[in-house]
Design a protein around this ligand. Structure first.
Ligand SMILES: Nc1ncnc2c1ncn2[C@@H]1O[C@H](COP(=O)(O)OP(=O)(O)OP(=O)(O)O)[C@@H](O)[C@H]1O
Ligand SMILES: [Mg+2]
Length: 358
């Protein structure tokens, strides 16, 4: 306020001050709004979908909401989970990471929830489960779609009551666990097909993050490829290499069904084989012919179809090449780990061919 009677100068000065402060506030607000979202936890990308993803990661990291991460294989699901944990106030505790597809079905309940001594044959001592180990930290359940139904029921209890009960125990124990889960599957479809509990689905689908496939990230592909090339040259102690124009073109055009992981593998192979300081298209060994053109994979967000075509691609590839390639070569070409290849063989019912005994 201005005390009356006032000086002419005084009122001018006061108004000027108000205007100054007002525009300053406005400017600050604008800066806050327009500030580019810096990549999180080593994730490279600046296309709108990735910027939106980074923004959401930052937001959910501040909360304890359960997060469901969806994305094709190799899109960065684990990286996102780690980013959420590292940006949260639980960062000084270790995140516990469990791949539900990698633990045999008959062991998963006791791995996750622990067991009492004598709960089953072989349970010679009481054991703490991984959920309890994640107390006051983050539990990352990868490939949640592969969790058997009985374990799903126990997990639901953790989410509903914040307590766990060991296998074979009548007592419950309170836990404070922040849950982050991931899957490359269409969980909703699994619910429809009765492989996944509907109540659990709604419990974990509080905050869903969809990681777009690499082929839908526009110019990010080349940005990611350049960064990986730099990183790989340093890691392999190779001289700094560049992509030739035709190599860049091929990278941008290829559909990358194995996403960033497949790209990493292709680049590593090229760096190892490179004899000049430019990486030519041929060193990447990209098969543009069998790759889906970028146009057809645009945003129709029909996950089941996307999932299906990827599974089709996987099956066709394995069936066509398993006679001429060993498991390591197959996995490399698909941009997945050998463990993942084995799991998918199980899931899709294409067992490894038995070697002829000579
Ligand atoms: N945006 C990105 N920028 C740089 N590197 C990335 C990015 N996204 C993923 N990566 C790298 O790609 C590889 C695969 O990432 P990650 O393991 O997180 O994917 P995923 O979705 O969990 O894969 P999978 O389905 O095979 O388990 C990792 O080496 C990761 O560092
Ligand atoms: Mg993963």
């Amino acid at each position: 306020y201005i005390a009356k009677p006032f000086e002419h100068n005084e009122i001018i000065e006061t108004v000027a001050k108000i205007i100054r402060e007002h525009t300053k506030a406005e400017r600050e607000e604008k800066v806050e709004r327009e500030e580019p979202q810096p990549a999180v936890h080593g994730m490279i990308g600046s296309c709108p979908q990735m910027m939106e993803l980074f923004r959401r990661i930052r937001k959910v990291a501040q909360t304890t909401s359960t997060v469901l991460i969806n994305g094709e294989s190799g899109t960065g699901k684990e990286l996102v989970a780690r980013a959420i944990h590292n940006l949260s106030d639980r960062e000084n505790q270790e995140m516990i990471s469990v791949n539900c597809a990698a633990i045999p079905e008959n062991l998963i309940e006791s791995e996750l929830f622990g067991h009492e001594k004598g709960a089953f044959t072989g349970a010679t001592a009481t054991r703490t489960g991984l959920v309890e180990a994640a107390n006051r930290s983050t539990l990352f359940l990868d490939e949640i779609g592969e969790l058997p139904l009985e374990a799903q029921a126990r997990l639901l209890r953790v989410l509903q009551e914040n307590e766990i009960r060991k296998v074979g125990s009548v007592q419950s124990k309170k836990v404070d666990v922040r849950l982050v889960v991931a899957t490359h599957r269409d969980l909703k479809q699994l619910v429809v097909d009765s492989y996944f509990r509907e109540d659990l689905y709604y419990r974990i689908n509080v905050m869903a993050l969809l990681i777009p496939p690499l082929r839908e990230r526009g110019n990010d592909i080349l940005e990611v490829a350049d960064a990986i090339l730099r990183r790989t040259c340093i890691r392999l102690k190779a001289p700094m290499l560049n992509f030739s124009d035709s190599a860049s073109h091929a990278i941008a055009k290829y559909a990358w069904p194995g996403n960033v992981r497949e790209l990493e593998n292709a680049i590593e192979r090229a760096v190892v084989l490179a004899e000049k300081n430019k990486i030519g298209e041929e060193l990447l060994a990209i098969d543009l012919e069998s790759s889906t053109p970028t146009e057809t994979s645009a945003f129709d967000n029909s996950e089941p179809v996307e999932d299906l075509s990827l599974e089709d691609y996987f099956q066709r590839f394995v069936l066509e090449h398993q006679d001429t390639m060993n498991e390591t070569q197959l996995a490399r070409k698909l941009g997945i780990s050998r463990k993942c290849l084995w799991e998918r063989r199980q899931r899709f019912g294409i067992p490894r061919k038995k070697k002829q005994i000579a």
